[in-house]
Design a protein around this ligand. Structure first.
Ligand code: DX5
Ligand code: ZN
Length: 221
């Protein structure tokens, strides 16, 4: 229970014209993971970046890569993301017809298997598979864009998910994605969150390094 709470800056909010700078910033900061959002313009109404960009980024990152696939048919690309160096690979439950198979495939390729839930998707959709999941990413905004407002109903979802994990004696991590700031971080961790993703809150700050440090200190004090 005293496990460190992790901070994962979302590179979606980084300066794409100066990624080397923002990668070095995260490398040297108190951040724990890099969160990389892959969008296909079909599962979500936006397109972000894909394999060539991640391949270039991975040459410079010194912390685990937490890759969030907001794409249809993610099974087609599991091997590709393993080859790119993903440490955690998260698929959306709404995009997986055979979720159990997808998770086994991710783990067989040496990655931690994550499952993301859209805001309307019930925690109970994972009740028969929770023990097979390394990480559940609760979307606290509608996926597709950074900089949106946090959905308050997420707190109750975190508590419900934590109960499901405990009931199953699972070691699944709870990750929160969207609208995370110093205003909701403590309450999220109190509800059971283990990993906080923060995009615009970090990169639109005048001092992103200090913002990461403060967020990490806030949830680990
Ligand atoms: C949204 C992405 C998030 C996004 C979070 O679809 O999955 O990871 O980058 O950005 P903020 O922290 O700005 O809400
Ligand atoms: Zn994300």
């Amino acid at each position: 229970m005293s496990d460190k709470k992790l901070i994962a800056p979302s590179m979606l909010a980084a300066d794409f014209s100066n990624l080397a700078h923002d990668i070095a910033l995260v490398n040297q900061s108190d951040a724990d993971w890099f969160h990389l959002d892959v969008m296909d313009g079909v599962f979500v109404p936006n397109i972000s970046f894909g394999m060539p960009v991640i391949k270039s980024m991975a040459k410079h990152t010194t912390k685990p890569l937490d890759v969030h696939l907001m794409i249809v048919e993610p099974d087609r690309y599991i091997q590709t993301f393993a080859d790119l160096g993903a440490d955690v690979l998260t698929v959306h439950v709404e995009a997986c017809t055979h979720l159990h198979r997808s998770l086994q495939s991710i783990k067989a390729k040496g990655m931690k298997a994550g499952v993301a839930l859209n805001p309307h998707t019930p925690v109970a959709s994972l009740s028969h598979i929770i023990a097979d999941i390394d990480l559940v990413c609760l979307m606290s905004v509608n996926p597709g864009f950074g900089g949106q407002s946090f959905i308050e109903a997420t707190y109750e979802k975190v508590r419900e998910l934590k109960t499901l994990i405990n009931e199953n004696k699972a070691s699944t991590l709870i990750e929160i994605d969207g609208g995370v700031t110093n205003q909701n971080a403590s309450q999220l961790v109190a509800a059971g969150a283990d990993v906080l993703i923060a995009g615009s809150y970090v990169f639109s700050a005048s001092d992103p390094t200090a913002t990461i440090a403060n967020l990490s200190a806030q949830v680990n004090s």
